[in-house]
Write a protein that binds this ligand. Structure first.
Ligand code: ADP
Length: 272
């Protein structure tokens, strides 16, 4: 199987971005490898498990995975699949909804900072501080100048995390408007999925172009060497999950983690 080239989907710093030009499906060459995706996922799951155990034991680094995307882009599903075989010890998923009254009275990073990973932890953000730029700008509550200020604060915030040993991987799960239509319809058709149906999903869909523009601007303003954005084709659920797993494994491998030195000489202990 050709290696899945996650680096194809990395957005370089400051490069002008038009999401409508980026694919929501994998390349044809990756499609031909489709049959081998499950086997690759098994290998990645094992490697992720091994590396996460080392991250937890060594407590020298942390990892933050930010998942963003339109409704039905698969943030929940991706978390369920990619982290299915990892010990919950040291792993946490945090979801961010509409800010509550107290949160609204603080700066927009206040509720986020306390949820970031400690050294040794892996944390997944299901939505994030990026909502605080995307939603208000699409709703016309803030203007471009305020967006620029918030991107600036985000860059500094993420740079603080990075300087504190936290690796950051940000994935925009890129689905097409047609694929979203199918997935929303599937939710309406399945009584077990009715709990997920929100009026805001349909409202946001009406502002699709404005969201694409807001996402493109936010991504290009905040992708950096230490906190890169990846635009992951997400119309195929299997490919989306594989890409995110590849990215996490690569990020953990590049930390060159090792197990902590034993505090005791194990040769002193004999089993009777
Ligand atoms: P999800 O859609 O992620 O499964 P919910 O159905 O709880 O989860 O939706 C969360 C909602 O909260 C989304 O519509 C999202 O845009 C909104 N939201 C999250 N953060 C903010 C924010 N900072 N400002 C405004 N809306 C937000």
């Amino acid at each position: 199987m050709n290696a899945i080239n996650w680096s194809d989907w990395r957005i370089p710093d400051g490069k002008a971005l038009d999401l409508s030009r980026l694919p929501t499906l994998p390349k044809a060459s990756s499609e031909t490898d489709k049959l081998q995706w499950p086997a690759r996922m098994t290998v990645l799951a094992e490697e992720l498990n091994r590396l996460q155990a080392m991250l937890y034991a060594s407590k020298t680094r942390g990892l933050l995975l930010v998942l963003q995307g339109m409704d039905t882009s698969g943030k929940d599903g991706c978390i369920r699949t990619v982290f299915a075989h990892i010990s919950p010890l040291g792993v946490r998923a945090e979801a961010f909804g509409v800010p509550q009254a107290l949160e609204q009275r603080h700066d927009f990073l206040w509720r986020i900072h306390g949820k970031t990973p400690a050294l040794g932890e892996m944390v997944i953000f299901n939505r994030s501080h990026y909502e605080d730029v995307l939603v208000p700008v699409v709703k016309g509550q803030i203007k471009h100048a305020e967006c620029e200020k918030r991107w600036h604060h985000i860059r500094h915030f993420e740079s603080l995390l990075s300087d504190s040993g936290i690796a950051i991987v940000k994935c925009y799960l890129h689905i097409s408007k047609d694929e979203q239509k199918k997935r929303l319809q599937a939710r309406l058709d399945d009584p077990l999925k009715h709990w997920k149906v929100q009026a805001s999903d349909f409202e946001d869909r009406r502002h699709w172009r404005a969201y694409m523009h807001a996402y493109a601007q936010a991504i290009q303003a905040t992708s950096s060497d230490t906190s890169p954005w990846f635009v992951v084709p997400a119309d195929s659920k299997a490919y989306r999950d594989l890409m995110v797993a590849e990215l996490l494994v690569h990020t953990l491998q590049s930390m060159t983690l090792c197990m902590p030195r034993p505090t005791l000489d194990v040769r002193d202990f004999k089993m009777k």
